[in-house]
Design a protein around this ligand. Structure first.
Ligand SMILES: *Cc1c(COP(=O)(O)O)cnc(C)c1O
Length: 456
């Protein structure tokens, strides 16, 4: 529908009048006004005043191949003209859907051979939760229903997704989590490690899982779910000892290991999937975001043979699915996206070249009085803000510290995100060394400015 020029010049007012934004205080947002993003190219976005920003966040952790890739638009156009939609419910499928499933599992190792498609990461989390319970019922253990998740984890915004997530501010609205989902602590050494070494703390955090399983009774627990590296929670990279210990516990106690790859998947960590970085293997793995680089919405669950063989051979009908499961146009976009990641060697580039370069840049900020630590894997990184470095002391108003650094960056043409007092980085995988330098330089300038205000 063409908008009138009056309407275009008035977009801000129309937005305030008619559009409810996710995760926003609409009263405050309407008063402050929204930024209108009109176009993008490579690693840069442009607002309606023509101001250019370096997107250090790849949209929302998703634009892995960068903006403006013509190949995706062409693939989408071809598929739109050929077959814009058909369902996969009643014994039918479409070519890009099949090819995409095959392409995804070709990167996931020998034990993962099947994909169930969804429209988003949240739906992917709802999907594996139902799948895990169906699996246990089919193998004669119907009492195994409960799920153990983590505080400060993020698994989406549907009722199940928000319940699996461990965000207190989400649980507070609308009586969450739902029954059957409990949370243990997160492997966040800087914030919660106390006097323990990172290695000792990593083991301790993992062993909370064992204690919780024993408390609930192994026969009542279906699965443990976690992000390989917490994203929205603050890009929290667990100590090395953590994941192997988690995998050991899941195996010993016979519960499914679910790794939420919605952010970590598709090259972000310098491997195809985050679980490969940590050398462990999940039974189920929700995916989305980088799967299509955000060009069109699509998600899914990667299913190991352990679960997949039971689903296929024992369960009969799995009564679950979405109108848009395996949507041919979204699948065509994702397929082209994966082709680009493959052929341009972006995963290897992140692992061997730009990832280490970015890590060195982040580490160069560690001499700043306001930086407590930096962490990164591949092109996913965090700067922990500190009020006093020596004691890992944090600002009294953590939210404010992060927001101020973020706003300084924004004013100087860099988009970053803050989770409380951690600054989060997740740029497109095609980012150049020059652009990394700009990102680090702008961040340092913002730290200088906020530190001067705080201590001045
Ligand atoms: C973004 C995200 C989700 C939710 O995905 P949506 O597409 O927003 O529903 C789930 N898990 C993780 C780890 C995420 O980062």
């Amino acid at each position: 529908m063409p908008t009138t020029s009056a309407a275009v010049s008035n977009l801000g007012a129309l937005d305030a009048a008619h559009h409810l934004h996710p995760f926003s205080d609409m009263g405050k947002l309407n008063a402050a006004g929204t930024r209108i993003i009109e176009r993008a190219e490579g690693c840069h976005i442009y607002d309606n005043h023509g101001k250019r920003y370096l997107d250090g966040f790849a949209g929302l952790w998703c634009v892995n191949i960068g903006y403006g890739r013509r190949e995706i638009a062409d693939a989408v156009m071809r598929q739109m003209n050929e077959l814009p939609y058909y369902n996969t419910f009643f014994g039918t499928t479409t070519p890009p859907t099949v090819l995409l499933a095959q392409k995804i599992v070709s990167h996931a190792g020998p034990n993962i051979n099947r994909v169930f498609f969804t429209g988003s990461g949240s739906e992917a989390n709802d999907t594996w939760l139902r799948m895990a319970r169906v699996y246990w019922a089919a193998v004669g253990k119907p009492s195994k229903k409960m799920v153990i998740a983590r505080r400060n984890g993020y698994h989406g915004s549907t009722i199940a997704g928000a319940s699996l997530g461990g965000m207190k501010y989400m649980h507070e609205q609308g009586d969450l989590p739902i029954a059957g989902i409990v949370h243990i602590g997160e492997p966040y050494w800087y914030g919660e490690g106390g006097d323990l070494s990172p290695a000792a703390f990593g083991l301790k955090a993992a062993r909370e899982l064992e204690q919780m399983i024993d408390e609930l009774g192994e026969d009542n627990v279906a699965a443990f779910v976690a992000e390989p590296i917490q994203g929205a929670g603050g890009v929290i990279v667990p100590p090395e000892a953590y994941w192997p210990e988690i995998a050991r516990i899941c195996k010993a106690r016979n519960i499914l290991l679910v790794m939420d790859e919605v952010i970590c998947g598709f090259g972000r960590t310098g491997n195809w999937f985050g679980f490969q970085h940590f050398g462990v293997e999940p039974d189920l793995a929700p995916i989305a975001k980088g799967l299509s680089s955000g060009y069109l919405p699509i998600g899914g669950v990667m299913v190991s043979d352990r679960v997949g063989d039971v689903l296929v051979n024992e369960v009969g009908d799995f009564n679950h699915g979405f109108t848009y499961s395996g949507h041919p146009v979204c699948a065509a976009a994702a397929l082209e996206n994966l082709r680009i990641i493959d052929e341009e060697g972006l995963v290897e580039r992140v692992r061997n070249d730009i990832g280490p370069y970015f890590a060195a840049g982040l580490q160069s900020l560690e001499d700043h009085p306001m930086v407590g630590e930096t962490q990164s894997v591949g092109l996913m990184g965090a700067v922990q803000l500190a009020e006093s470095k020596a004691t890992r002391g944090r600002f009294e108003d953590r939210e404010r510290a992060g927001v101020e650094v973020r706003n300084h960056c924004l004013a100087n043409g860099l988009v970053l995100r803050a989770t409380a007092d951690r600054m989060l980085f997740s740029p497109p995988l095609i980012i150049t060394r020059d652009e990394v330098d700009t990102m680090i330089r702008t961040t340092r300038a913002a730290l200088d400015a906020v530190w001067a205000e705080a201590k001045g």
